[in-house]
Design a protein around this ligand. Structure first.
Ligand SMILES: Cc1cc2nc3c(=O)[nH]c(=O)nc-3n(C[C@H](O)[C@H](O)[C@H](O)COP(=O)(O)O)c2cc1C
Length: 153
């Protein structure tokens, strides 16, 4: 059984669409459960109890969104030495107007601090959310869930 947390923040809906596709991909995989949660409603226990996390953030001012940063701020002390969270597989999905690299870099930096383990390359959606990028997100979710079920991640 793969239990994947997909946590996201979105103001105008782009990141939400990407996160929903990741969650659909997780559900495509056998014996898998996706929990799609807004970052402000995501807690340390959600991260501790899942098998993998997908952080989905818009890029704002060259950084992750404040809500995703808030999630890190609220959970770091509780999780940094928790054996159930150390080495937790994670992936990143970013929605950006034209860049996205700053958000990815900063999320990766914080995930290093948690000692999470990156298991797939980040997906950056620039400008329009296309069917192609949604398919990539769905594939990411399915790959992640299958990899966990098979013990690869
Ligand atoms: C306050 C603000 C700051 C932004 N800063 C950036 C930025 O630094 N780089 C970038 O590529 N896009 C930037 N954008 C564009 C958003 O990343 C883009 O529209 C994204 O798809 C929004 O995601 P959402 O619909 O999930 O809120 C910014 C948008 C807003 C509202």
């Amino acid at each position: 059984m793969a239990d994947v947390l997909v946590t996201y923040h979105s103001q105008s809906g782009n990141t939400r669409k990407l996160a929903e596709s990741v969650a659909e991909g997780v559900r495509d995989a056998p014996n898998s459960r996706a929990r799609l949660k807004e970052a402000f409603n995501t807690h340390a226990s959600d991260i501790r109890e899942c098998d993998a996390v997908v952080f989905c953030s818009p890029e704002y001012f060259g950084y992750m969104s404040g809500a995703i940063k808030d999630l890190f701020d609220r959970t770091y002390e509780e999780l940094k030495d928790d054996p159930r969270s150390v080495r937790k597989p994670y992936c990143i999905v970013v929605s950006a107007g034209n860049d996205g690299s700053g958000a990815v870099r900063q999320i990766e930096r914080l995930c290093k601090g948690y000692r999470f383990r990156k298991v797939q390359d980040p997906i950056i959606c620039r400008a329009k959310v296309t069917g192609e990028i949604l398919a990539k997100c769905r594939e990411l979710g399915a790959t992640l869930a299958e990899g966990i079920s098979l013990g690869i991640f």
